[in-house]
Design a protein around this ligand. Sequence first.
Ligand SMILES: CC(C)[C@H](C(=O)O)[C@@H](O)C(=O)O
Ligand code: SF4
Length: 467
Amino acid sequence: MSKGTLFDKVWDLHTVGTLPSGQTQLFIGLHLIHEVTSPQAFAMLRERGLKVLYPERTVATVDHIVPTEDQARPFVDVLAEEMIQELEKNTKDYGIRFYNIGSGSQGIVHVIAPEQGLTQPGMTVACGDSHTSTHGAFGAIAFGIGTSQVRDVLASQTLALSKLKVRKIEVNGELPPGVYAKDVVLHIIRKLGVKGGVGYAYEYAGSTFEAMTMEERMTVCNMAIEGGARCGYVNPDRVTFDYLKEKEFAPQGTAWDRAVEWWTSIRSDEDAEYDDVVTFDAADIEPTVTWGITPGQGIGVSEHIPTPDSLVESEQALAQEAYQYMQLTPGQSIKGTKIDVCFIGSCTNGRLSDLQEAAKFAQGKQVASGVKAFVVPGSEKVKQAAEAEGLDKIFTEAGFEWREPGCSMCLAMNPDKLQGDNISASSSNRNFKGRQGSATGRTLLMSPAMVVAAALKGEVTDVRELV
Ligand SMILES: CC(C)[C@H](C(=O)O)[C@@H](O)C(=O)O
Ligand code: SF4
């Protein structure tokens, strides 16, 4: 093995060969599919009379288009109904496991694979979805791919890829109270830029990530793509193994011991060489909120929206576009910005621990009048576990709506949409123009705890004031 990073080891172990283009043909261990990016891929297979090579290595779920209120079939939205039917047919025709609504295991694709132990260290994972980087939290190399690549993986279980450079992002120290994994990743993107990671895999290292739970690591890896990196990962350790133990698809018995040994061996070596190393201090990270139209336009909640002259020239045009679209004034404090809608959910922050943390702040409080606030569990399993703990009651008593699992207002390919130029406090990962279903809708990204704080006050609020 050339260098001793996990990325290089896993890449080498999965290399089938070098293609005439110079790209690597890489074997994909786990392929995840959903209703949005798979239909055309299956159509291309049919056109060429091809089979799915290893159907047992593909797992399907439905997430983007599912309504989170009325899930009765047929769906009211005809297009959504067609899409779910298409997935039902394709998975049946090709013998692919499908976690449909009501199966007990349906949910956002990046939530359901880890929670069942499908995602494991040392794997290559691919999915026709940019946030596939989430799975890197396990020490897997996980790529978001396009529809023609979904076809390639279905037909050959391989992908043609060019090797990435590796940047180690080290964060050290304990996170201050009220500061979460979401703030860490928003801080990293703010500092390195939304294109800073282009051409790189991000290795998240240092004591801050080591102290994180698997769900927190998933939050960070989920947004690697928002920083431009194709994938992000954390080296597998005891936290990873403890999370996986006894999960449905995790190795059992003696196979478990062998797996742990192997998973340990693929960790980046102490003397591994990196193409770049960047270091941050956890103590410098505040609860972070985006004020603009990319996840890189973020500031600490106590800061003011940057003025053009405080920005480097290359950032100024985008900032001007953002002030206008967001209807925010340079120099104004982000704290106190009025909020219309509060959304807790998504593959970034829709897991059980996210809901638990949010519930701590919601308990016994009331959502401000005029604010619409709702909680969307990331999966059926998350919903069930949350209800078993009574989190649904805490939220509904506080005035939040409690919904069925799905992508919901993260991108609004379903009935959950912002109206007009409403502004949302959202625990999701993208604040692009029109992202949440209205062409003029505005999104402020933040941690679930910060979303609750905003819901209670009706404006951007520093969650540390509620601690
Ligand atoms: C619909 C899908 C292709 C898309 C993605 O690739 O990420 C979506 O999940 C998103 O978050 O924008
Ligand atoms: S929750 Fe959002 S980011 Fe995640 S897969 Fe769904 S639409 Fe994409």
